[in-house]
Structures are given as C-alpha cells and as structure tokens.
Design a protein around this ligand. Structure first.
Ligand SMILES: Cc1cc2nc3c(=O)[nH]c(=O)nc-3n(C[C@H](O)[C@H](O)[C@H](O)COP(=O)(O)OP(=O)(O)OC[C@H]3O[C@@H](n4cnc5c(N)ncnc54)[C@H](O)[C@@H]3O)c2cc1C
Length: 491
C-alpha cells in the first residue's frame, strides 16, 4: 500500500453494501475512510452484470430488496440524490398452486385477503396490528438485538415469531392457500420450516409486503452500492477497486480496520494482530448453506398460467406448505429436493432497462443447496441446474438463452465469499452463539490498532447496510465516541 502515505481513521476491506454502509457512517462523522475492494467494481453480492445475451442485465446475487427499502439507515441517507431509485411492484409475491389461481400478496391487505378464502380474517388480524406504526416495528425488528422501543408491538411479534413456520401456519390457517403463502415467505430463512423462530421471517416478509412491496432497484441492484459509493466520495471517502487484501502488509496505516469479508478472511489477514481466542472463534465459524442461481434471457414475459403472476417482483415456486417444508428439510440435511423451492425474480417486468424491448424478460432464480457455502465448489451443478430448468419448463417459459458456466461461476464466486442470506440468527442456538460472538467480534485491540467485522453475517441477519453501520458504534474511544449516537440500525 505504498501509494497511501497518510494514516486513515478507518480502512474498510470489502465494498459490499455493509462495507460501504460502515464507510458512509464513519465518513458522515468526519472520519477519513478508505475502502479496499478486490473486484474491479464495488458492490459485492449487490452487483449487476451482463451475464447472458447482449442487452440483458442481471443482478449477480441480490435482486429484490425487501428490507433494503425499509432499512432505517438507508432511509436516513440521500441515496436518491446519488441515483438510487426503487421500483415498487403491485404485488410482492405470486405463489402458483396447481389447478387454482396463484395466491397473490398485493400491497393492499384487503385485496390479498380476497384471495385467501376462509383464512382472510385470520391473515388480516395477523398483519394489520403492525401496519399502524410499521416504521417503529421495522426499527425494532431489523435493528440490533436490544430492548425494543415499541415493547407492546414487539411482544405481539415475538409471540408469533417464535414458532416453527410449519406449526404456526397449520395453527393459524385452515386452507392451503394462506399456508402456502406464509411458507413461501418463511422459506427465505433457508432453514427447515419446523425449526423454532422460522415464523419470524415469514411474518416480517409478509408485513413488509403490505408496507413497501418488495422492490427492485432501477437499472439493477448495483444502483445501491453505486449510490453508497457516490455518497461516500461526496463525504470525502476514498474507494480503491482491484485491491485484494491478503495480509496485514496490504493494509495502509489506520486507526480502525473493518472487514466486510468472511470470518476466514479476517482471520487470515489479521492473524498477527488478533488474540488467539478470537482467531479460534473466527475459524470455528459454521457456514450456512450455499446457493446457486440461474439467469435467464427470455423471448417475452413468462406465460404464467395465471397472468397475475406477472405483477409480482418475486414468484415463489414450491407448491404447498408441506412441499416447501419437505424441500427445505432435504436441503438442510445435505440432500437435494426433486421439487425444490425456488425464488424467481422477474425484474424486467418492473424495470424496462433490464432487457431489450423485443424480449422484455429477464429472470433470476436463486436456490439454496444442501452444502455449506464454504464447502461447495460447484460439484453436481449440471444435474441440479437441470432440475431447476425442468421446473421452469413446468411453468411454461421458453428460454432464448440457457445458463452457461460463466454466469454460474460469477454467482458462485460471490456466494462463497458471502455466506448467504442471513439465515442463522433465526436458530436460537445461533442467536445465543452470536450474542457470545458479539463480544469477541467487538474490535480487537493490538498495538493501538482495532479490527472489526461488518459483514452480513454479523448478528442478526439480512443485509442492506445494518451490519456495516452496527459495528461502527462499537469501535471504542476515541473514534467510537466520535461517531456513536449518530448511527441508526438498518437492515
Ligand atoms: C444468489 C444470491 C441471491 C441473493 N438474493 C438476495 C436478494 O434478492 N435480496 C437480498 O436482500 N439479498 C440477497 N442476497 C444476499 C446479499 O447478496 C448479501 O446479503 C449481501 O451482498 C451481503 O453484503 P455484504 O456487504 O455483507 O458482503 P458482500 O456483498 O459479499 O461483499 C463483500 C465484498 O468484499 C470483497 N472482498 C472479499 N474479500 C476481500 C479481500 N480480501 N480484499 C478486498 N476485498 C474483498 C468482495 O469482493 C465483495 O465485494 C443474495 C445472495 C445470493 C448469493
């Protein structure tokens, strides 16, 4: 790092949304900040690229930003002035079921209830109490684990959220449609749905859909890191891309180092500076399941059997509650389901810039795998992908491009560095583990330097900047004192 003669207040390694958020939070308080990014572009899993045919752009990982649009931290930033524009669909979710209209989660609670038959009033009474003060609810639900600012509402949430999604849905709803809708939302947890607390994500995602329908970013998810990067530069922060930090020698002088990387990488880079106990914990870190996704260039909108499906940013392909639960349980055991639960995002339905006018369809579909992210190296992928392709065929769409190794590897590379999707905190053992780890993840002091971890695996789940900003107040005096208090938790 010979090019940097100055000493920075903070160096952030990694420019995913969390790294950039941490950098912005520091720069807002007048700290001098440098972000180092290994890739040629900023954004990490929130990048967008031409992965298929000319004229089509795809989100490399994150596509639909359910909690991004609701993130208190993002909402506190002038990201619109830096080019971020959310596009909100009419419906967050379409959930096709055999031989009946798709279950739709419209923005309107009433319209949604109309499709839920006998379960309409039960669904309404589940969601409605959170809509009056949804801002307060999301500040508590998506913020750090602490005493809630709205204890009444949060207790109501907790009493529902603590259950396994399967038993909660079976108890709460009588019919398959509402059960399936709830299971699809809970399936974002990437956990077997009979685990305690899996109802939490189902509930959060359902409430979100009636507050701000699950949006995409105009032009691609990369608009999010671009806006954060532009804001950071306007605050005096610096970003260097194409710089992979492999050892402490690669780091310029700074008072604080933040790592938006996997725990393994932090352990390797900062080994000389970190206490043995902390290193052991980082190395013992248990990774969550891996994921792959397929990117499709289609010759037109998907001809769903139920055309309402075109109104949703996300289509849950997985069938009934029982089928989704079986798929997720198989995946968690290390197997692969013959009828996998797939999240299908149809960004080009909302954002015409994603595909050429004559085609106007581009689809991304992430799917989890039965192996931890750090152990999966793409083995068995063709058969897994072909099952997912068959599943797409079931739903009558005709690709003009089929996924190739290049696009596949792009996703994989990020997935491996990323440890996905924030599922872990929903497991009580992990919550407790994280609380313990929280102590050790507090920045470590060594010869005056401090290092902290601000990746999306920082408790408690999700992405969208919260983890990045959350670690900042814990940096300790004097920098922490300088910036704490100004940091709002986000998700
Ligand atoms: C297939 C898939 C689909 C997803 N879909 C969604 C979705 O629809 N909605 C959603 O909200 N989330 C989604 N996610 C999750 C989302 O992408 C992540 O939560 C988010 O990207 C995490 O951000 P981060 O800042 O913690 O880390 P990352 O995005 O992983 O960024 C880390 C950055 O650090 C860089 N880096 C790593 N090591 C080094 C090093 N040694 N030196 C320098 N730089 C380094 C990497 O290059 C990368 O740019 C998806 C993830 C996957 C894999």
């Amino acid at each position: 790092m010979g090019e940097f003669r100055e000493t920075f207040d903070a160096v952030v390694v990694g420019s995913g949304p969390n790294g950039l958020s941490a950098a912005v939070a520091l720069a807002q308080q007048g700290a001098s900040v440098l972000v180092l990014e290994a890739a040629d572009e900023i954004g990490g899993g929130t990048r967008t690229a031409a992965l298929t045919l000319p004229g089509f752009v795809h989100d490399v990982c994150s596509a639909v930003h359910t909690t991004g649009i609701l993130s208190p931290f993002f909402r506190s930033l002038p990201l619109g002035d830096h080019g971020l524009q959310w596009i909100v669909p009419r419906a967050s979710v379409a959930h096709p079921l055999d031989a009946q209209p798709a279950v739709m989660m419209w923005r309107s609670l009433e319209e949604t209830c109309e499709g839920l038959g006998a379960d309409a009033s039960s669904y309404r009474s589940l969601i409605e109490p959170f809509l009056d003060n949804s801002e307060g609810f999301f500040a508590d639900a998506l913020g750090p684990l602490s005493w809630p600012r709205h204890p009444g509402m949060f207790t109501r949430f907790g009493l529902n959220a603590m259950w396994p999604a399967t038993s909660f849905a079976a108890w709460r709803f009588q019919q398959s449609r509402a059960k399936a809708l709830f299971a699809g939302c809970a399936g974002h947890s990437i956990l077997p749905l009979d685990k305690l607390f899996t109802a939490a994500l189902g509930l959060i995602f359902a409430i979100a859909g009636h507050v701000e329908p699950w949006p995409v970013a105009a032009g691609g998810s990369q608009a999010i890191p671009r806006a954060l990067g532009s804001l950071l530069r306007s605050l005096g922060g610096q970003i260097r891309t194409g710089v992979r930090v492999t050892s402490a020698a690669d780091l310029p002088a700074a008072r604080v180092y933040l790592f938006d990387t996997s725990p393994d990488q932090l352990a390797t880079v900062a080994e000389p500076a970190l206490p043995n106990g902390y290193l052991r914990r980082l190395r013992r870190y248990r990774y969550g399941p891996g994921a792959f996704k397929l990117d499709w260039a289609l010759d037109g909108p998907i001809p769903w059997r139920d055309p309402d499906c075109l109104e949703a940013s996300t289509v849950h392909l997985g069938g009934t509650l029982e089928e989704i639960a079986a798929s997720e349980a198989t995946m968690f055991r290390g197997g692969h389901s013959e009828k996998p639960y797939v999240l299908l995002c149809q960004q080009s339905q909302l954002d015409p810039t994603r595909a050429p006018p004559i085609c106007r369809a581009q689809v991304d579909g992430p799917r989890t795998l039965g192996k931890p992210a750090n152990e999966w190296h793409g083995d068995g992928s063709p058969s897994r992908m072909s099952r997912a392709i068959m599943l797409m065929a079931d739903y009558h769409c005709s690709p003009i491009w089929e996924p190739g190794a290049d696009a596949y590897n792009v996703s994989l590379d990020v997935a491996l560095s990323n440890d996905l999707l924030g599922a872990r905190p929903l497991q009580p053992r992990r919550v407790l583990g994280h609380l313990a780890a929280l102590k050790c993840k507090r920045p470590q002091r060594h010869n005056g330097d401090q290092a902290g971890w601000c990746d999306s695996e920082y408790p408690n789940g999700g992405s969208r900047g919260r983890h990045g900003t959350r670690v900042v107040p814990s940096l300790g005096a004097p920098l922490g004192a300088l910036i704490s208090g100004a940091i709002q938790p986000s998700s």
